[in-house]
Design a protein around this ligand. Structure first.
Ligand code: KIV
Length: 297
C-alpha cells in the first residue's frame, strides 16, 4: 500500500495511516528537477539537512543555516506537486525551547509551503513535539543515529548495538510517538531494535540503515543514484550517475578541444532576406567584434 497513485497532495496524517502496511517510499530531495521526478514514486520527500554535506561540502550537518533549508525547501515544494514535503530543522533552530522551535518551524512552513518538519532527538524533544503539534505543525521525529549530535557521539556510528543503548532508543521512540510525532525516522540501528520499535509504536517507522523491519525506507537521493563519492554501508547504489556525469563531461571537453562541438546542427544560420544583422549567431557577432591579430617584431 502506498500513496503514490493519488492525485491530491499527501498530508502528514495520510502517511500515519500507512502504519502497518509496509512499503512507504521516501527519498531526500534538494532541488526542483529531481523533486519532480521523485514525486511520481515517493510518498514523501525530505529536504534533509544532509544537503549541507551533499550539496555544499560541509563535513557535518552542524553548520547548516535555517536560510539554506528554506531556500531548498521552496525549490522542492515547487517541483513536487503531490508528495508530502518534509523539511529538516537544522541544528540550533529548535533545541533551545518549545517556543523557539515553534517560531522557526512556523517560519519554515510559511516560507516554503512544506507540509511538515523533522527534528532529531528522542525523549529530550518530546515536550517540543507536543508543543508544535498542538499549534498546527506536523512533526516527523528521528532517533538512532542523529547526525546533528555527531560531535557528542564521536562519529557517524550505528546505534543500539548493546542492550543498554537498545533500551534507551526504544524508550525514545515510544516517547516521541506518544508526544504526537506523525512518523519516525530510524537511522543506523540493528534489525532487532527496528523490529521492536516498529511493533511497539502506532506511527510508521521509516528506516535508513535500519533493516526491512520498518514500515518504510528513505535514502539520500545522491547516495542511491551513485553520485556521492563515499556512502554508508547501508546504501544500495541504484544508479551510476557519477560515472555518467564524468563520461559526459569528458566527451564534451574532448569535442570542444577537437573542434567537433558545436556541430552545424548546434549553430544558427543566417535568415534569408532579412536585414544586415538579423539571424546573426553569437559566433558571428563575436567574430565581427574581434580585433585583427597584430604581430610584434
Ligand atoms: O538529512 C537527512 O538526509 C536525513 C535522512 C538521513 C533521514 O535526515
Amino acid at each position: 500500500m502506498s500513496l503514490h497513485g493519488t492525485q491530491k497532495r499527501v498530508m502528514a496524517p495520510d502517511v500515519t495511516a500507512l502504519k502497518g502496511r509496509g512499503g512507504i517510499v521516501a527519498l531526500t530531495s534538494y532541488h526542483s528537477h529531481t523533486a519532480a521526478i521523485a514525486d511520481k514514486y515517493c510518498d514523501f520527500l525530505l529536504v534533509g539537512d544532509s544537503l549541507g554535506m551533499v550539496m555544499h561540502g560541509y563535513e557535518t550537518t552542524v553548520p547548516v543555516p535555517l536560510e539554506l533549508m528554506i531556500m531548498h525547501g521552496r525549490a522542492v515544494v515547487r517541483g513536487a506537486k503531490r508528495a508530502l514535503v518534509v523539511v529538516d530543522m537544522p541544528f540550533g533552530s529548535y533545541e533551545e525551547s518549545p517556543s523557539v522551535a515553534f517560531r522557526n518551524c512556523a517560519r519554515v512552513m510559511k516560507e516554503t509551503d512544506c507540509g511538515a518538519v523533522k527534528i532529531e532527538g528522542g525523549r529530550r524533544m518530546a515536550e517540543t513535539i507536543r508543543y508544535l503539534v498542538d499549534r498546527g505543525i506536523p512533526v516527523m521525529s528521528h532517533v538512532g543515529l542523529t547526525p546533528q549530535s555527531v560531535n557528542v557521539i564521536g562519529g557517524f556510528k550505528a546505534q543500539g548495538r548493546n542492550p543498554e543503548q537498545l533500551a534507551v532508543i526504544e524508550e525514545d521512540a515510544r516517547q516521541v510517538a506518544l508526544a504526537g510525532a506523525f512518523a519516525l525516522v530510524l537511522e543506523a540501528i540493528t534489525e532487532p531494535l527496528a523490529a521492536r520499535i516498529t511493533a511497539a509504536i502506532e506511527i510508521p517507522t521509516i528506516g535508513i540503515g535500519a533493516s526491512p523491519s520498518c514500515d518504510g525506507q528513505i535514502l539520500v537521493m545522491e547516495d542511491m543514484l551513485g553520485l556521492s563519492p563515499r556512502v554508508p554501508r547501508f546504501v544500495k547504489k541504484f544508479g551510476r550517475i557519477g560515472e555518467m556525469i564524468e563520461g559526459a563531461i569528458r566527451t564534451y571537453s574532448e569535442e570542444v578541444r577537437a573542434g567537433t562541438f558545436p556541430a552545424p546542427e548546434h549553430t544558427y544560420s543566417m535568415k534569408v532576406g532579412s536585414g544586415p544583422s538579423a539571424g546573426r549567431t553569437r559566433a558571428a557577432d563575436l567574430k565581427a567584434t574581434k580585433k585583427p591579430k597584430t604581430t610584434s617584431s
